[in-house]
Ligand binder design. Structure first.
Ligand code: NAP
Length: 242
């Protein structure tokens, strides 16, 4: 591929695509996770400075196509990408991974925000949070009848009725079973990322008959082309975008 692509990453699909692309592609990461050092494409790390910064980067680097393969809950960068592509006059294509769907016997409850989550959690005692770092800001508000387990990328000291586990997935079904058993989990809190690699925890909740509280997905912008499957995006790239 000879033309310039800007690939916005932060997901396993983005990394898989970056591994297929050469030096004419710039692979961009926010810098929160691991930065690979074995790619043939160029890697850059850190924010662009909002919509204008991203549009200026697209101009400066003569980018012809913007690829948004960021996480479904990373709404800010997806909105910035759509707007910056418009400003810079290049197409934006996005991978919009579908969310998980409950099975007939699943007890999944969607919540809009932290307040909704707090209300939905009230009847439970041993929640497992796998929804990122947000709960860490509320560790001082744990109700007296609850003990929280928060799993996120980096551990940090926790107050007495909490445990913060720093761990990077994916986690196997057996690892998830062992965690649920060890912490006596009675409810799971998760984003609805839709990724197969983070699905085993839902299977364990199902096996144990536990409810799952899912944070509602954010609205994402409509862009020139949207793909539900990485393979469809790869195939379209092979055909071209001009
Ligand atoms: P966000 O709120 O949508 O974006 C915050 C800011 O981070 C953006 O405005 C942008 O800064 C910068 N940014 C985000 N992705 C970037 C990228 N690929 N390249 C360069 N800058 C980027 O994002 P977030 O929810 O904090 O997530 C940050 C990153 O982690 C994303 O790349 C996302 O794909 C990944 N991730 C997120 C989640 C999640 O649950 N949110 C889960 C797994 C992975 P500027 O405005 O300065 O350009």
């Amino acid at each position: 591929m000879s033309a310039r692509l800007l690939l916005l990453g932060g997901t396993s699909e983005a990394l898989r695509l970056a591994r297929r692309l050469g030096p004419e592609t710039i692979y961009s990461l926010a810098g929160l996770g691991r930065v690979p050092d074995d790619l043939a494409c160029r890697v850059r790390v850190g924010g662009f400075g909002g919509v204008e910064g991203l549009a200026a980067f697209i101009d400066r680097e003569s980018i012809e196509l913007l690829l948004d393969l960021t996480h479904p809950y990373a709404a800010q960068i997806s909105h910035n990408a759509a707007r910056a592509a418009e400003l810079a006059g290049v197409p934006c294509w996005a991978l919009r991974r579908p969310g998980w769907q409950p099975r007939a016997d699943d007890d999944w409850r969607e919540v809009d925000d932290w307040d909704g989550l707090t209300r939905a959690l009230a009847p439970f005692q041993r929640p497992l949070f796998t929804s990122g770092r947000e709960p860490l800001a509320h560790l001082h508000q744990i109700p007296a009848h609850q003990h929280w387990t928060v799993r996120c990328l980096q551990a940090e000291p926790a107050p007495p009725r909490a445990e913060v586990i720093g761990a990077r997935g994916p986690f196997s079904l057996d690892e998830e079973r062992a965690l649920f058993a060890r912490i006596c989990c009675d409810v799971l809190v998760s984003k609805n990322s839709g990724s197969a690699s983070t699905e085993p925890k839902l299977q364990v909740a199902r096996e144990l008959g536990l409810p799952v509280l899912l944070l509602r997905r954010p609205q994402l912008p409509v862009v020139a082309r949207e793909f539900a499957e990485p393979d469809a995006l790869w195939a379209a790239l092979a055909v071209g975008w001009r």
